[in-house]
Design a protein around this ligand. Structure first.
Ligand code: 13P
Ligand code: SF4
Length: 339
């Protein structure tokens, strides 16, 4: 049992990047019973809660067992001994854990678990593309549905896209669905002297495509020693101006390691990462974006309670067996190339 005052003590360093949204005693009194109920249900059901860094701090600091990026959480979900995994993030992340550990019950409590990338392409479109480009190796971003993964050869995440495309023996790649990440991979590989044909599908992340190169110039003109970190879902002209390109966890680790340097770290990703750093790397001077992912932010303590008490059938991940088998080959190839 956590008391509202203990919660207040724990949450007082949490930054919601807006002083009007700070954790007050009143807010802690309101959420303490919800947090306690989740902790009780977790114990009773031997459940593990995984959460992406973009979800609300109520979840990250209140109830999650592990917080991270899509690669790290997929790996934890696969290895964890728990029978029940509750994954308040987005649908494709919960589906990924189910594909990797079909014997586990995986629950997605999010009432709006979409993702502008995962929703941009269906399996039928991949089948058509494969007919059109029979010589290409189909590489999909993890931000895809299970049925799209089932039609592709290798999966990647933002933490390993460059490394995996470089290692794949083929030099003809069809990358989907993130057009910007595909272009970034091509440019970054070219810089390393690796020249592959990389065709792309026209999907984008509605959060990351909003960052523009001009704002980086503006920040640099005001902060000469700023270090700019960009997610590979950003536009190529943004990535070209960044000092570091990586997944949300890679960005977070970079800032944690160098937090003592008295210089600003500019984070071009959803504001959840800057908010985590304000709590977990208090020495760092972080300039974060103000954009939130509406899909990740649809998760709440209330939806987790509902899902743990009596999940609706739409919250329990079920994947048809042949789709699951084929999607699992695509994902296991990712681990093969990444590890
Ligand atoms: P990460 O794997 O880098 O956390 O990215 C997932 C995502 O959806 C970013 O928008
Ligand atoms: Fe999808 Fe973009 Fe949200 Fe990530 S931030 S889950 S890519 S919509």
């Amino acid at each position: 049992m956590i008391t509202p005052s203990a919660l207040f003590e724990k949450f007082k360093g949490v930054s919601l990047l807006n002083p009007l949204c700070a954790y007050t005693m009143e807010r802690c009194e309101k959420i303490a019973p919800q947090i306690n109920r989740i902790l009780e249900l977790k114990k009773e059901k031997n459940a593990l809660i995984l959460a992406h860094s973009y979800v609300h701090p109520d979840i990250i600091y209140g109830v999650a067992d592990h917080v991270g990026d899509s690669y790290g959480l997929a790996k934890i979900g696969k290895m964890a001994p728990a029978d029940l995994i509750v994954f308040p993030s987005v649908r494709f992340m919960a589906e990924t854990v189910k594909i990797l550990s079909p014997q586990k019950t995986v629950i997605d409590p999010n009432p709006n678990g979409g993702c502008s990338l995962a929703d941009s392409i269906a399996a039928t479109q991949v089948k058509e593309l494969r007919k059109k480009y029979p010589k290409h190796t189909f590489v999909c971003y993890i931000n895809t549905t299970a049925s799209v993964k089932a039609e592709c050869d290798v999966c990647v995440t933002s933490s390993n896209v460059i490394q995996i495309i470089e290692k794949i023996p083929s030099d003809k790649i069809y990358f989907l669905p993130d057009k910007l990440m595909g272009e970034n991979a091509k440019n970054l590989l070219q810089k390393r002297g690796v020249h592959k044909e990389i065709l792309t599908y026209p999907g984008t992340c509605y959060v990351h495509e909003e960052f523009d190169a001009g704002s980086i110039d503006l920040i640099r003109s005001q902060n000469k020693d700023a270090l700019v970190l960009a997610h590979p879902e950003c536009k190529p002209e943004v990535v070209a101006k960044a000092d570091v390109v990586g997944s949300t966890t890679q960005m977070q680790n970079f800032v944690m390691q160098r937090q003592k340097e008295n210089r600003p770290f500019v984070l071009l990703t959803e504001c959840g990462v800057a908010s985590r750093l304000a709590m977990e790397a208090p020495l760092a001077r972080v300039i974060g974006g103000c954009t939130m992912c509406k899909y990740m932010r649809s998760n709440s303590l209330a939806s987790i309670i509902e899902a743990l008490e009596s999940p609706r059938s739409s919250q329990i991940i079920e994947i048809e067996s042949s789709t699951l088998e084929r999607a699992s080959i695509c994902l296991e190839r990712m681990f093969h190339y990444a590890e």
